[in-house]
Design a protein around this ligand. Structure first.
Ligand SMILES: Cc1cc2nc3c(=O)[nH]c(=O)nc-3n(C[C@H](O)[C@H](O)[C@H](O)COP(=O)(O)OP(=O)(O)OC[C@H]3O[C@@H](n4cnc5c(N)ncnc54)[C@H](O)[C@@H]3O)c2cc1C
Length: 381
């Protein structure tokens, strides 16, 4: 369930393991891959940031390898353009050291420490006290990957049923039934990869209510074409280790554009009621209100966002940027107010529910799909 990159990768993995299996993907939108999968930075992460031993660390490193291999086999445009994480001042050096330690512990290949001259050699317009170069980080259009998987599935006779919003889940008699406007799909086992709706569907299927999804809007600016030469590959600031998904970065995209973003603004939208009713929302707000204020300023004030980027590319001016697209992160938040960091999967009687699959889940899709298929397989017999 869910025709994002993850749901499609799970269907592909199950079909590869058991060619005789009847697999169906249910997706509410008219096309697959249009939610988070189609609105992100497009970065194939190498696996630097994540706590060694976490699912993110293992599945990102494996997943990036498989993502490149898939793109090569299926002719999906991609590029290993590399990235530089920049410590703007010496105060950020301990955090850069920690990233390097994590990257090496996670088995990220080719990491190299840079001094200011080394940064300038790779990125002539960037300034910093030190840098960490990851040559294996790359770019791809994850929506194009999702379309390629959907095409492959259809060729194998797998139905990718679009415009099919699942509205109810029930299990009994060794089956799980998914209700939708076209009727009901009954299956021996279901894997839910529902992004922004994952908590609601998990609860319907009998999983605990904790954690809840809180949507964070991430908007991007893009560099005007005549200023794109200021960034050759990707430039990232050193993130706050307790909020690693924050920190606007400059990223080259497959189409040649260079983006600045994403911001991170709590964006309840249609989920306003459930977001406000969740105790974790208020606990998070009490803890992070200062950070939230900075993010809100970045989201509404293009100059503030451009100034953040000028801290490591001083030639950048607010007038160099124009508004671009936005994506909504489906981020899980615990009742205790803690943003869930790692990927989370809950098992119910006849289903698996992916409860938290934020970045780098697109990079990790094939590796995460393998883990989900391992856990789903006993339920297929
Ligand atoms: C701003 C931003 C930047 C990011 N940058 C990166 C990056 O650079 N690299 C990276 O690896 N990751 C990145 N990510 C994370 C990445 O996009 C996601 O982790 C990944 O796309 C998750 O895939 P998914 O299939 O779980 O989710 P989605 O793509 O959201 O798919 C979920 C699908 O379920 C469907 N669905 C939901 N409810 C129902 C229902 N009731 N019935 C039927 N269908 C339903 C939705 O329509 C959707 O198609 C970023 C995310 C954002 C938002």
């Amino acid at each position: 369930m869910g025709g994002g990159i993850l749901g499609l990768a799970v269907a592909r993995e199950l079909k590869a393991r058991r060619p005789g299996l009847t697999v169906t993907v249910l997706e509410r939108e008219p096309e697959p891959g249009t939610e988070q999968t189609g609105h992100n930075s497009g970065v194939v992460h190498a696996g630097i940031y994540y706590e060694p031993g976490s699912l993110k660390a293992r599945l990102c490193v494996e997943g990036a390898r498989e993502m490149y291999a898939y793109c090569e086999r299926h002719g999906v445009p991609h590029e290993r353009c590399g990235k530089v994480i920049v410590a703007r001042t010496s105060a950020e050096l301990p955090a850069l050291d920690e990233l390097e330690r994590r990257g090496r512990a996670n088995g990220v290949a080719g990491l190299r420490r840079l001094d200011p001259a080394g940064i300038a050699e790779l990125e002539p317009h960037c300034r910093g006290a030190a840098g960490l170069h990851s040559p294996g980080t790359g770019i791809v259009d994850f929506a194009a990957v999702a379309r390629a998987i959907a095409g492959e599935l259809r060729e194998q006779g797998v139905e990718v049923a679009t415009r099919t919003p699942v509205t109810g889940v029930a299990s009994g008699g060794g089956r799980v039934a998914l209700r939708h406007p076209g009727g009901e799909t009954r299956a021996r086992f279901a894997v839910f990869c529902a992004g922004s709706e994952s908590d609601r569907l998990a609860e319907m299927g009998g999983a605990p209510s904790d954690p809840r999804i809180v949507p964070f809007r991430g908007s991007y600016l893009r560099l005007r074409p005549e200023r794109r030469h200021l960034v050759r590959s990707m430039l990232y600031p050193v993130p706050d280790p307790s909020l690693p998904f924050l920190g606007v970065h400059l990223t080259r995209h497959i189409g040649g554009e260079v983006s600045l973003g994403p911001t991170a603004l709590l964006w309840p939208g249609r989920r306003l009621g459930s977001t406000l009713a969740w105790p974790g929302t208020w606990r998070m707000a009490r803890r992070w209100w200062r950070t939230a204020a900075v993010e809100a300023r970045h989201a509404v004030d293009r100059r503030a966002l451009a100034r953040a980027a000028a801290a490591y590319v001083p030639e950048l001016q607010p007038g160099d940027f124009e508004p671009w697209f936005a994506g909504i992160r489906a981020q899980a938040l615990g009742r205790d107010g803690v943003l869930v960091d790692d990927f989370v999967v809950h098992h119910t009687q006849r289903a698996l529910h992916v409860r938290n699959a934020p970045s780098p889940a697109a990079t990790s899709a094939f590796a995460l799909a393998r883990l989900l298929a391992d856990r789903a397989e006993p339920g297929l017999d």
